[in-house]
Design a protein around this ligand. Sequence first.
Ligand code: PLP
Length: 401
Amino acid sequence: MTGMYLDAASTEPVSEDVIRAMMPFLTEAYANPMSVHSAGKTAAKALEAARASLAADLGARPDDVIFTSGGTESDNLAVKGIAMARIRRMRDAYGESVTPRIIVSSIEHPAVLESARWLERWFGCEVVEIPVDAQAHIDLDALRGELEQGRLDVPSETAKPRNATVLVSAMLANNEVGTVEPVDDIARIAHACGVPLHVDAVQAAGQIPIRMREWDVDAMSLSGHKFGTPKGLGALLLRSRVPIEPLINGGGQERSLRSGTQNVAGAVALAVALRDANTRMRGIQRQLVASRDRLIDAVMRVEPKARLTGDPMRRLPGHASFVFPGLSGEALLVDLDARGIACSSGSACAVGRHEAPGTLLAMGYAEPVAKSAVRMTFREPLAPEQINQIAAAVEESCTSL
Ligand code: PLP
């Protein structure tokens, strides 16, 4: 790609390293990992090694890992699957007298929000959205309050569900503004009310350290193409204590939670790419953060109307996001692209329809301001000349528009 690619949060290229690691499982060791012959066993061994490596890099155990087709599928499986299993338990205990509730933050990705809406349509679930503040921090007091409201009056010795809330879903890092949420605190709050927590870690994996079990998270979604695998690969990490219904039924692969012949080369790619991303992260974190902050300063200097969105400190290391009140974000993106700078509005999944980014609306920005959003995301520290070049392009774009 020519010019400067500042859209790493949308997707990343696949490295030679990852392609090299995948190759043998596409050409020689291509057997079905479920086959009993020795070629199948070789493939199964590679699959299990990939599972162990991925788990180790996320503070999880190999048994927690369910390979999927990406972040969207993992979010769907966690939200719908856990909710359906817990709704059934609730109905077994209380019949139709209790309305199940699902609690999500108001800044979740559509893969989570739309899954919750689906539960509303098909299971009569009440969807509760927890507000965020002006920097996109989830309101923990509001979360506590909503969980308290869902408490059911049941003697502690019964095995009946004690909360009408079937699941809390909150993201680790926001895709539009990069704010990082305290998911360990959220897990404590949810568990105090007997409710499991799903975390969408799609934007965070490979960018910041992840300790799934230490944080006591019940389910966690990942997407490979955000840290350097081919698209269409991901995983759901899921603790065995959490009841769940599969969405894809068949031959019983992946603990019967995601049937279908496993993509061995894909699993290897996930493991290698995450290991590489984590190693790179440890090496360049400080420089990446410093260059991000210099970029933010440079953009605000050349365009005094520009405002940083999200938390200035507690944000992803290679994530700079702004609004440019009075300008159209879409026009800015097109103009910057013509100047060789590829960036985005932050909500890649609403591409084709330039809707106002949902996170910014939830943060309290008026719709016209939210529609002026521009997000710049990168995985390598930016050199001073690159920062100057971006700032100059922003200045020229803002002037010409
Ligand atoms: N969740 C978040 C926070 C994302 O940013 C994305 C993609 O941008 C997804 C989920 C969906 O992931 P995938 O593209 O692998 O389906």
